[in-house]
Design a protein around this ligand. Sequence first.
Ligand code: ADP
Length: 448
Amino acid sequence: MLSKVLIANRGEIALRVIAACREAGLATVAVHSEADRDSLHVRLADQAVCIGPASARASYLNIASVIAAAEITGADAVHPGYGFLAENAHFAEVVQECGLTWIGPPPGAIKQMGDKAQARRTAVTSGVPILPGSANPLTSREEAVALAAEIGFPVILKASAGGGGKGMRVVADARALLHAFETARMEAERAFGNGDLYLEKYLDHPRHLEVQILADAYGRMIALGERECSIQRRHQKLVEESPSTVVDEALRQQMCAAAVAAARAVGFTSAGTVEFLYQDGQFYFMEMNTRIQVEHPVTEAVTGVDIVLEQLRIAAGLPLGPRRRPALRGHAIELRINAEDPVTFAPSAGTVTELGFPVGPGVRIDSHLYRGYRVPPHYDSLIAKVIVWGRDRPEAVRRARRALDTFLIGGVKTSIPFHRRILEEPDFLAGRLSTRFLDRLLKPEAGT
Ligand code: ADP
């Protein structure tokens, strides 16, 4: 059994984990940087330990400090949230070697899915479709060009160790590929400490569909249906929903079965997500995220399953709560609210001078904001997630508009006006989505 959980994260996800721990009757330990001293997670956890200066590298990514905080406070488990150390297999191993419970998948599963080129091979051996592309990391740019010619341009170059949309390059022809190869390799080396690249066919107007997985230590694994995350800016998700307007029950069944097969192949337990691209009636494995995701609340809203609570149960050695794949009830949408200029997307740090959260049926706000909070410039700009639920998609959209109209934030610029525009777009309202959806809305923006 667990008794005290250290949360190796900050912001809204730290609060989300504290909420689940409280429900489960577990004590909590917050860790924080010097810049996050006044954060809500520090105030709401039972104990808090400062683990270093503002820079994430010196604090939230500092394994020795996080482990020391667990030892000092007598924590017996670590929840990594998302980002930071969540997909760092070495960290998971260290946690376990220190006799702590890791609230996440086995380190081996993190490793196998963390190398994206290897993950593609795992998909193939599990009978899950992938896009044509490299079976192994590319050894030279000549090899890349030969392979790209074989599968046909355009192709997308990706870092094997990549994440967060970083280091990807779409190339239209051999010349562009020759040109992009070395810079992409260097960028990957710098960002991830690993310069391995692979490439795959680039789809022109795909949808991003993903399947939430939960698995316990006793071999039970279930899929909680799909989320559609096609509304992206620079390959980063902005709006997510469940169910997808393009997925019927037959396709859902196929995708859930494929996701379970891929996850089973690496001995996965805990919560994770298998991501697919979908175009012209076909879906293709893209990668698996071996952690809780930002957008997990939309699945919670349509299934009634508390995914973070399930993570705690699984880590404690309890069997999975749900016995089979739940039917999706109603429709849920999540809007990621960032502290940024809604036109230029420049980050907007500063003090929150006014704050009023939307209320009313079908609205959930996951946010670490409070009046007087200073949004630090050092981290991700996500400041709130607005999750709405309706009996059907039109009701969810109406509630989303109502929530945004009554969300009061003063002192920092936010992406709320941009989300409002999305909610009025005819293509959005008709459910006609692809990862190109925002292209038109962003046209005047330089560099996209
Ligand atoms: P990361 O892990 O860095 O977020 P992903 O592999 O998950 O990278 O891809 C992020 C996004 O990039 C996808 O949601 C999609 O919009 C786009 N993308 C990735 N691969 C392809 C592809 N082969 N064709 C078209 N778009 C792609």
